[in-house]
Design a binder for this molecule. Structure first.
Ligand code: CP
Ligand code: NVA
Length: 311
C-alpha cells in the first residue's frame, strides 16, 4: 500500500519518533557530504496554489541531497488553473513522478489528490494542517534536547493550521499543549472534539498558557487566504510574543515560529532574534524532516511495488 502524509497522525508514534531521529541523522550526513543517494532517479512533483519560500526550496534541496529531482507546478501555469480536476491531475502525475507534494486551501483537496494518486502524496500546507512543519518543529526541539514526550508547549496566536498540527502531535506523542487564542479565533470545533482525550488545554489569557512551558510557539495572525482586518489585529495585540511574555516561561524556554514572521505583530524583533529563538534552525530543518518523510514514503512505495502488493 502506498502511504501518504496528509496529517502527521498518519504515522504512528513510533514512526514519527523514528522520522525525527532520522532527520537529525540525515542533517549530520548532509553536513559531512556523506548523504547516500537513496532517491536517485526519483522525482517529486510540487503543486503550489499558495505562495511559499521554505517549503519550495527545502523540498527541492531534500530531493537534491538524495540524488533525486523535483519539479514545480503552479495554479497559473498548469492546467489546474484552467479547470482540470485535482483527481485527473493526480492520475496524470502518477504516471510521471514518484511522489506529489500539494500546497492548497482545503484539506479535502489534498485528500482528493491522495485518493486518486497511485504515488505517495504529501500535504505541503492546507488551511487545516501543515504536517511537514510540525515534523520539523519536533525535530528542532529534539535537536535542542527537549523531551518530546514529556514537554509542555505553548501555542499563542490564531487557531490555525499550525495550531491544529500541534494539537495532532500532542495527541500522538502525549506531551502537554497549552493554547491561547482570543475569543472567537480558537481552533476548529471538529479537531477539538476529535482530540478531546489529549493533554491539550485552552486559554484566552496568553500569560496562563506560557507559564512554566518548555517552548513557546506562535504564527502569523493572518494566514494565507485570510482577510486582513484591523478588528482582528486589535483582538490579537495582547497575544504578541514579546520579552514580557517570554519571562513567564521556563528560564531557557525555546521560541518557535514556522515563518514567515510579521515582525512587530505576533513576535517582536528582540524575541525573534534573541538567544532563545530557534526559528532559523527550524527553517533549515525543513529540509531534513522532509528528507526523512520522503525516504519513508517513496521507499516504502517502491518496496510494495517490488513485493507485488497491489496498490
Ligand atoms: N513555513 C512555511 O511553510 O514557509 P513557506 O510558506 O515559505 O513555505
Ligand atoms: N498559518 C500560516 C502558516 C504559513 C507557513 C499560513 O497558513 O499562512
Amino acid at each position: 500500500m502506498k502511504r501518504d502524509c496528509l496529517r502527521i497522525n498518519e504515522f504512528t508514534k513510533e514512526e514519527l519518533l523514528s522520522i525525527i531521529d532520522r532527520a537529525l541523522e540525515l542533517k549530520t550526513l548532509v553536513k559531512k557530504g556523506e548523504c547516500p543517494p537513496l532517491l536517485k532517479g526519483k522525482t517529486l512533483a510540487m503543486i503550489f496554489e499558495k505562495a511559499s519560500t521554505r517549503t519550495r526550496v527545502s523540498f527541492d534541496m531534500a530531493m537534491n541531497h538524495f540524488g533525486g529531482h523535483s519539479l514545480i507546478l503552479d495554479q497559473q501555469s498548469s492546467q489546474l488553473g484552467r479547470g482540470e480536476t485535482v483527481a485527473d491531475t493526480a492520475r496524470v502525475l502518477s504516471g510521471y513522478v514518484d511522489a506529489i507534494m500539494f500546497r492548497t486551501f482545503s484539506h479535502s483537496s489534498v485528500q482528493e489528490l491522495a485518493k486518486n494518486a497511485t504515488v505517495p502524496v504529501i500535504n505541503g500546507l492546507c488551511d487545516s494542517f501543515h504536517p511537514c512543519q510540525i515534523a520539523t518543529d519536533l525535530t528542532t526541539l529534539k535537536e535542542y534536547h527537549t523531551d518530546l514526550e514529556n514537554m509542555t508547549v505553548s501555542y499563542v496566536g490564531d487557531g490555525n493550521n499550525m495550531t491544529h498540527s500541534w494539537m495532532t502531535a500532542a495527541a500522538l506523542l502525549g506531551f502537554t499543549l497549552k493554547i491561547a487564542t482570543p475569543e472567537g479565533y480558537g481552533v476548529g470545533a471538529q479537531i477539538k472534539a476529535e482530540l478531546s482525550n489529549a493533554s491539550i488545554h485552552y486559554f484566552t489569557d496568553p500569560k496562563e498558557a506560557v507559564a512554566g512551558c518548555d517552548a513557546i510557539n506562535t504564527d502569523t495572525w493572518f494566514s494565507m487566504g485570510q482577510e486582513v482586518s484591523d478588528e482582528k489585529r486589535n483582538a490579537f495585540t495582547p497575544f504578541q510574543v514579546n520579552a514580557d511574555l517570554l519571562k513567564l516561561a521556563k528560564e531557557n524556554a525555546l521560541v518557535l515560529h514556522c515563518l514567515p514572521a510579521h515582525r512587530g505583530e505576533e513576535i517582536t524583533d528582540d524575541v525573534m532574534d534573541g538567544p532563545q529563538s530557534v526559528v532559523f534552525t527550524q527553517a533549515e530543518n525543513r529540509t531534513y524532516a522532509q528528507m526523512a518523510i520522503l525516504e519513508k514514503l517513496i521507499l516504502t512505495d517502491e518496496q510494495s511495488h517490488e513485493s507485488g502488493v497491489l496498490i
